[in-house]
Design a protein around this ligand. Structure first.
Ligand code: COA
Length: 327
């Protein structure tokens, strides 16, 4: 039986910081509204970098942190809803840029839960003996798919990337993984792809509309609070642990009110849930590894700490991972 462990983490955000006050200049919003309703004060926005380029920067840091030879990596999984291309995959672009040879690389699309899905898949590759060392990345340029005239959504999102090295280990690093989806709720959060338009079907009335994120914020809020709670409870039940046995919970960073509600419901200790959305907004698949990397950089994680990562997103999707920090 093989185990997998998180051996290194890294992240990258674009330099350009956009504050709520900056947004006030061109949409009907206020710093006060955004801060009190979401907890977001600023976000990083790409001024030219693509998802693959940010992913490479995060990956290089994770590889350095893991102190592994780069050629040990035999699998690249990249979660994104904002790829550079439909094909090649952003994972393949990263693989090429890192000069990794003849390895498996692919993108996954699970919205903001993408990184959780990625860890679950990589963990299975390692446990089955198919992979020794995986690079799992969440990378998003959401600024290219938000409608900057729509105050309901554009204030919420930011750009960024986070990466981890997951490698085979004789220590039990990843303890439990769980994912779920409910495609019947897809209409609550959408980002349309290329609409059908060909010589045989030219009547599509929406065919020339740009592709933007649409979100029913109120319904997603209700969904998010319930599913985050359920996903944490599922981990605890399956591993016969209680919330008191967990050192930290790293939730998807969408809204501080969602996080605080879940923390209160589950009777978490103050500071048990990590938050950094005030500075980065919602970076979708990048949000959890970005937060994890920040915690590691701050020296918050001690060897033996038990950590739950929990997310939700478009699909709708959700999931949670319990791991031991073994470094
Ligand atoms: N600035 C100012 N006013 C705004 C605004 C903005 N950026 N965005 C919305 N409003 C207005 C609305 O138009 C509405 O005005 P009205 O009452 O005159 O119609 C009012 O604020 C209240 O809007 P509402 O949607 O009820 O706000 P809310 O408290 O539900 O907060 C969200 C909105 C989006 C912040 C909240 O619903 C949320 O966080 N949902 C979950 C989003 C999420 O997690 N997404 C990520 C999925 S991975």
């Amino acid at each position: 039986m093989y185990y997998s462990e998180i051996a290194g983490v890294g992240s990258y955000v674009p330099e350009k910081m956009v504050s709520n006050v900056d947004l006030e200049a061109f949409i009907d919003t206020t710093d006060q509204w955004i801060t009190t309703r979401t907890g977001i004060a600023q976000r990083r926005i790409s001024t030219g970098e693509k998802a693959s380029q940010m992913a490479v920067k995060a990956a290089v840091k994770a590889i350095k942190h893991a102190a592994i030879p780069i050629e040990d990596i035999d699998l690249v999984i990249l979660a994104t809803i904002t790829p550079d291309f439909f094909t090649p995959s952003t994972a393949s672009l990263v693989q090429a840029e890192l000069k990794l040879k003849n390895i498996t690389s692919f993108d996954i699309s699970a919205g903001c839960t993408g990184f959780i899905y990625g860890i679950q898949i990589a963990d299975q590759f390692i446990k089955s003996g198919k992979s020794n060392c995986a690079l799992v990345i969440g990378a998003e340029i959401l600024s290219k798919v938000v409608n900057w005239q729509d105050r309901n959504t554009c204030v919420l999102f930011g750009d960024g990337a986070g990466a981890v090295i997951l490698k085979r280990s004789n220590r039990e690093g990843i303890l439990y993984t769980y994912t779920g989806s409910s495609g019947d709720l897809e209409g609550l959060l959408t980002l349309p792809a290329i609409p059908l338009k060909n010589p045989f079907y030219i009547d599509n009335p929406i065919s020339d509309q740009p592709s933007y994120i649409y979100m029913n914020g109120k319904e997603i809020f209700k969904f998010a609070t319930n599913i985050m709670l359920q996903s944490i409870e599922r981990v605890l039940k399956e591993t016969k642990l209680t919330i008191a046995d967990i050192d930290f919970i790293i939730p998807h960073q969408a809204n501080f009110r969602i996080i605080d509600y879940v923390a209160k419901k589950i009777k978490a200790k103050t500071g048990q849930f990590y938050k950094n959305l005030d500075r980065f907004g919602n970076t979708s698949a990048a949000s959890i590894p970005l937060a994890l990397d920040e915690m590691v950089a701050k020296g918050m994680l001690q060897k033996g700490n038990r950590v739950i990562m929990v997310g939700f997103g478009g699909g709708l999707t959700w999931g949670s991972i319990l791991f031991n920090w073994v470094r």
